[in-house]
Design a protein around this ligand. Sequence first.
Ligand SMILES: C[C@H](O)[C@@H](O)[C@@H](O)C(=O)CO
Ligand SMILES: [Mn+2]
Length: 596
Amino acid sequence: MNTHIGNRLQGSLPKIGIRPIIDGRRGGIRESLEDVTMEMARNAAAFLSENLKHSNGLPVECVIADTCIGGVAEAAKAEEKFARAGVGLTISVTPSWCYPTETMDTHPTRPKAIWGFNGTERPGAVYLAAVLSAHNQKGLPAFSIYGRDVQDIGDTTITPDVQEKLLQFAKAGLAVATMQGKSYLSMGSVSMGIAGCIVDETFFQRFLGIRNEYVDMTEFVRRMELGIYDQAEYESALAWAKANCNEGAEVNPAHLQRTEEQKAGDWETVVKMTLIARDLMIGNPKLNAIGYGEEALGHNAIAAGFQGQRAWTDYFPNGDFMEAILTSSFDWNGIREPYMLATENDTLNGITMLFGHLLTNAAQIFADVRTYWSPDAVKRVTGHQLEGRAANGIIHLINSGPAALDGTGRQTIDGQPAMKPFWDITEQEANDCLEATKWSPAVDFFRGGGFSTDFTTRAGMPVTMARINLVAGLGPVLQLAEGYTVELPDDVHDKLDQRSNPTWPTTWFVPNLTGEGLFKDVYAVMNNWGSNHAAVSYGHIGGDLITLASMLRIPVSMHNVPDDRVFRPSMWSAFGGMDPVGADFRACQALGPLYR
Ligand SMILES: C[C@H](O)[C@@H](O)[C@@H](O)C(=O)CO
Ligand SMILES: [Mn+2]
C-alpha cells in the first residue's frame, strides 16, 4: 500500500505555464481566434496534467494565462500570474500568426517550448518559425513543437507526435525547475580519492541551481550516542529489518568473521544510520519533540552522498543497508518515494541518479562499472558461449555493496521486469524485491562490518546507464547508453560473480549497439565510460536525458538514442545540424550554464 507520498522538501512544486498566443488585430481577426486559441491552451493543460506526476506522486498543475497574449501588455500580465503561481517552465501555443518579439516568453532561465499548430487556415507555423528565430537571436533557446500532418483549424486532438514532444519537454523542464534551490548534501567528503566526490560548487550552482551542504560523518556518531532519532521509529525499523532482510552467506575467512554478537550490534547501527541519513537530508518533525529543533529541519537535500570508505567503514559498519534502503521505494513505513543517495559520495553519480529519478519518478541503481566480459573471456573462464542479447559480450555493473532493491527487477509492467514510480508498486512487488535480496556480512574491504545487498537483476529490463563527468576546459558532459539487462545460467553467473564479489548487487548490462563509433561493440561502450560509476534508470530514457541536458547546457558526449527521440532547442541546429554531436557542444559552450 502507498502509505506515504513523496519526500518533504521546502519550496513549492513547479507548475507549467501555458501561454495562448494570438494575433492582436481587433475587428475580426483576434475575435475569430480567441476561442480556438484558448481551447488549444486548455487541451495542452489537460493533456499534461493527466499524464504527468511529480516524483512525490502529486499531479502536475498547469496555469493558463488569463487572456490570450496578443502583445506585450498581455505577455506581462501572464508573467505576473506565472510568478505568483510558481511556474517553472512555459509552453506557448498558437494556431495563428502573431507578433513574435511582442508575445514571446523572455524569462532568462525558464525552459520554453512553442507549439505551433500545423494548419494553414491561419499560419501558426509561420509564427512558430518567426518566434523561434527571435528566441535564437536573443539567446533564449526554445523547443519547437510542430505536428507532422496538417490538421483542420478547430481540430482539438493532440496528435501522437505532438503529445510525445509535449511530454518530453515538460518532463525535462519540470526536472530543471524541481532541482532549483534545493541542496545536495555531502555526508563526509572524498572517498578513496575518487574525483567525482570532489564537490564542484560551480557546477552545482551554475548548471543545476543546487546549493551544496556538508556534514562530517561524526554527526552520525553524535546522533547515535545522544539518541537524536525517533526511538519509536527505530524500534519498528529494526523489527522490520529482522523480519524482512534475509542474511546472506558469510564468505569471510574465519579470522575476519564478526561474532554473532557483533553482527546483532551492527544491525542496530545500520538501521540507526538509515534514519539519521534521511533526517539529515529532509529533516524530521519528530526530532523537534525531543528537543532537537535544528536537527528537525534537515538540509532540504534533493540528493546526497555518503563517503563511507574509508574514514567511516574502517571502524563502523558500512553504509550499504542505509544506501540500499533509502534508494529503494519502500521501507518499514511502507511504499514511498526513493531517496537519491550516492555511494562513496560520488556527487556526479548522485546528480545523474537525480536526473533519472526526476525523469522516470522511479528508483535508480548506483553501480560500479566493473568488468567487460567478452564472449571469448566468458567461454575461457566458464566454458559457456554467450547467446541471445548477451552474444556480443556483457558489462558487469556491480556496486560495492548497496543498490536500490527495485533493481532486483521484481516489479513488473505487462509481465516484464520494471522499476516503477512508487505509486504503481504493489505490496507484493515490494515483498518480492526483499525476497530476492540477501544481506551478506561485509567483506574484508570493510573492517567495521555491515551488510551488503546481494541480488541479481532480472533479465529483459530496458534500462539506460548514464553518467555526468567533469572535464577540464570543457565543464560537465553527459554520457549514456540505452540497453537491456540480461541474465546468465546460474553456474556461469556464479563463476563470474565469485571472481568479483558474491556479496554485492549485480546487473548484467548489454548496450544497444549501432555498429559504429562509441557503440561499435560492447567493449567500446565499456572502454569509453568516463569513470568508475554509472547510474541506471528504468526504460530507454536517453531522449529525455538529452533534452534535460540541453536545457542545462550540458553537452552529451556519447549516446545511442535514435534520431527521432533527440529533442533539443531549435537553436541547436544552427550550430551545425549536419553534425548534431558537435552542434551540441558548440551550442552549450556559446550559451554557457543556465544560471549565471
Ligand atoms: C570496496 C572497494 O573499495 C570499492 O568500494 C571500490 O572498488 C569502488 O567501489 C570504487 O568505486
Ligand atoms: Mn564504487
